[in-house]
Design a binder for this molecule. Structure first.
Ligand code: HSE
Length: 292
């Protein structure tokens, strides 16, 4: 038979947790349908599908099917356009990993599927990061290190604002500074710990404060027209913290429930003033991949 899995957009880094932290968004999401076959074929529809290769050697889900020894007809309906900073390729890879594990009864746990989905991501980004696939599979807030993944369920309102700019992860990694100072190390540890405490308390105040980062984010902000103005506008509208979503160009704002629509409008207006078209998702930290 056929099996359908929905996997959510995700936001990696959260400022102070570069290459480690991630959250699942309640929406948007990719939907993947799989059916057993002798060899893998891939069909892609939806947001930005014209930019996504259907050749299994070049598509994120091809590597996942290979790793699980699970050939299938795979249909991907993209709710998340590629090069957004919202974990587009990770969502497809996560959905495929969960779907094919089920379809072929491979018996892997959700946590075991994380590195398998990450292999798919590596096809696209050049290197494997678990910080998007972990929340896409497990949901909530995730701390992904080479030693394993820690997951925390949490519920906080977010605005993910996506400008019509393309920033490739490859380019965004080139601008990351190679060295940092001990002062910045201390600041980063403090912020990352504050953010983690905030996730346990569902506290937008602590999470927002803990997203501050003076190492990676300022270097990448230069790749996003209007970033400084959008950040300022969101904070003025009541957001408790703003940072680049993943490698960008998406911008993520944390807020209290009541401020969400005001924050979304302020961010859209600021991008508009900078001459950049954008859309805003009023979303929240949500569930991981769901099997239908
Ligand atoms: N942590 C990664 C980065 C996320 O920011 O480059 C994208 O894979």
């Amino acid at each position: 038979g056929m099996l359908t899995v929905r996997a959510p957009a995700t936001s990696a880094n959260l400022g102070s947790g570069f290459d480690v932290f991630g959250v699942a968004l309640s929406h948007p999401a990719d939907v993947v349908r799989v059916e057993r076959a002798d060899r893998t074929t891939i069909e892609v529809t939806g947001a930005g599908s014209q930019y996504i290769p259907e050749d299994p050697e070049k598509n994120t889900v091809g590597a996942v099917a290979e790793a699980l020894d699970a050939p299938a007809h795979i249909k991907i309906d993209k709710g998340i356009r590629p090069a957004s900073g919202l974990g587009s390729s990770a969502a497809s890879a996560a959905a495929a990993a969960v779907a094919l594990n089920e379809l072929y009864d491979r018996g892997k746990t959700r946590k075991e599927l994380v590195p398998i989905a990450a292999k798919g991501e590596a096809v696209v980004s050049g290197d494997a990061h678990d910080d998007n696939v972990a929340p896409a599979i497990l949901g909530g807030f995730t701390i992904a290190t080479p030693e394993g993944v820690t997951q925390v369920d949490t519920d906080v309102a977010l605005v993910a604002c996506l400008p019509e700019i393309v920033v490739s992860t490859r380019d965004a990694r080139k601008v990351v500074p190679e060295r940092t100072s001990v002062d910045q190390l201390i600041e980063t540890v403090g912020n990352a710990a504050t953010l983690t405490a905030g996730m346990y308390r569902d506290d937008p105040e602590l999470i927002g404060r803990g997203m501050e980062d003076s190492v990676v984010t300022p270097a990448r902000a230069k790749l996003i027209d209007g970033y400084a103005e959008v950040r300022e506008a969101a904070l003025e509208a009541g957001s408790t913290g703003v940072t680049i979503s993943g490698a960008g160009p998406g911008v993520l704002a944390v807020c209290r429930e009541d401020d969400q629509s005001r924050v979304a409008s302020a961010m859209l207006d600021a991008f508009d003033d900078a001459g950049v078209e954008a859309r805003a998702y009023q979303t929240r930290i949500g569930e991981g991949a769901t099997v239908y």
